[in-house]
Design a protein around this ligand. Structure first.
Ligand SMILES: [Mg+2]
Length: 406
């Protein structure tokens, strides 16, 4: 059965994100760099900077020479991590068959869904609307639609930025005639040189070449190369491990009489947050959405949720987000029950290692605490804030939101 595969690629990713976050940068040549030093390189260039010839991986001094007005912006890994995760989540609402390809690209097999939208182009329109709604109109993506990953990837590159390109089966051979060998994902300049030595200088020549000779030169990859030359790619879209069975992790507690004030409920909330964090870590899950529930009197349960902008399994962070919700929700004068529920769960294995040393240390600390508590009994080690120093509580926990994407 023929498939419908999308390749969705964010345009000028980090740079667009910075322009979205800071309107003063819009329409200007911007590059995102590591630490702003003389030796730094361009991690991403805005479309305006690209027009002056600035490219990724170029030394910033060189980029400056090409574009004297260039604005250097230090990268914000938290912000990108948040965006990437949310970008993939948007795509997953269209199909669970999502294969991330780097931080700002993914393949999506929408074969089963395409009928609902009458055409793949309609489906892509919806994705683009969702991306705009979630992130703002400065962050766009280009999408390729085709029968397989190879062609979808080729297509997404044909019209940038903000493009939609569909390669239909009848057009494949015409499209391939226009492409150079290195336009095919998987053929770099070294492979190209080896192909040239065999007398192969174009994509159709590769498709027509003897498979036997290709295998002699490239071993097992020879067959795949020949297929590539014909625009064929049988490889499936492989989803990253994705946790679906456990939908949410939550804890709630009915407050004893003497704790039924907003102030006295806070340490209880803190403790619940630690509990939820611990349970997430035990299941090796991270939560993307948190919900705070409060009962006022017998029946009135109020709840509100927040998608904090990053995935969490740290009780202190969960607590600080719960406090943020509490501010918004308003707290009853006499709460009788409080609860926290974490949802939008994702297996921890599907995230990259934390980039920041502080966050790595924090993870290590939590791991050791969990181990001690398992070995010597619950509550052997706990954060001092839990002892009831309510006044300290609102400042507990690292709190940083990528936020202000307007
Ligand atoms: Mg991109």
């Amino acid at each position: 059965m023929s498939r419908t595969i999308l390749h969705v690629d964010m345009d000028s990713y980090f740079a667009s994100v910075e322009q979205q976050a800071n309107p003063n940068l819009r329409g200007k040549p911007v590059v995102v760099t590591g630490k702003p030093t003389i030796k730094s390189v361009v991690a991403a260039a805005s479309r305006e900077a690209k027009k002056c010839g600035v490219e990724s991986a170029m030394a910033t001094w060189k980029a400056r020479r090409k574009c004297p007005d260039l604005i250097l912006v230090p990268g914000d890994p938290d912000r990108y991590e948040w965006l990437t995760n949310n970008f993939f989540d948007i795509l997953r609402t269209y199909s669970p068959k999502l294969e991330p390809f780097g931080v700002d690209e993914a393949f999506l097999d929408v074969t089963a869904r395409v009928r609902d939208y009458r055409s793949p182009v309609n489906l892509v329109k919806r994705i683009k609307e969702d991306v705009e709604e979630e992130f703002g109109n400065w962050i766009t993506c280009s999408v390729g639609i085709a029968r397989n990953k190879l062609l979808a990837k080729l297509a997404s590159d044909m019209e940038k930025p903000d493009g939609v390109t569909r390669i239909r089966d009848d057009d494949v051979s015409d499209v391939l005639k226009e492409m150079s060998l290195t336009d095919l994902c998987g053929i770099g300049s070294r492979t190209e040189k080896r192909l040239n030595r065999l007398g192969i200088n174009s994509v159709p020549e590769l498709g027509d070449f003897s498979e036997k000779e290709l295998k002699e030169e490239f071993g097992i990859d020879g067959a795949r190369l020949k297929l590539m030359g014909q625009g064929k790619d049988p490889s499936p879209v492989l989803p990253a491990s994705y946790e679906e069975e456990v939908k949410s992790v939550g804890n709630s507690l009915t407050l004893p009489e003497y704790k039924r004030t907003s102030r006295k409920a806070l340490p209880v909330l803190f403790k619940l947050a630690q509990k939820v964090g611990y349970r997430l870590r035990k299941k090796e899950l991270m939560a993307g959405t948190l919900k705070l529930m409060v009962r006022d009197g017998e029946f009135n349960v109020e709840g509100k949720q927040l998608t904090p902008g990053r995935y969490v399994d740290d009780g202190n962070l969960i607590y600080s987000f719960a406090l943020e919700i509490k501010e918004e929700l308003g707290f009853p004068a006499t709460p009788t029950m409080v609860g926290i529920r974490a949802s939008k769960l994702r297996s921890k294995g599907s995230f990259s290692q934390p980039l920041l040393p502080d966050r790595r240390k924090r993870e290590e600390l939590l791991r050791v605490m969990d181990e001690v508590n398992e070995e010597y009994g619950k509550g052997t080690l706990y954060f001092a804030a839990q002892t009831g120093a309510e006044d300290l509580l609102p400042s507990v926990g690292e709190f940083k939101r990528p936020g202000d994407l307007n």
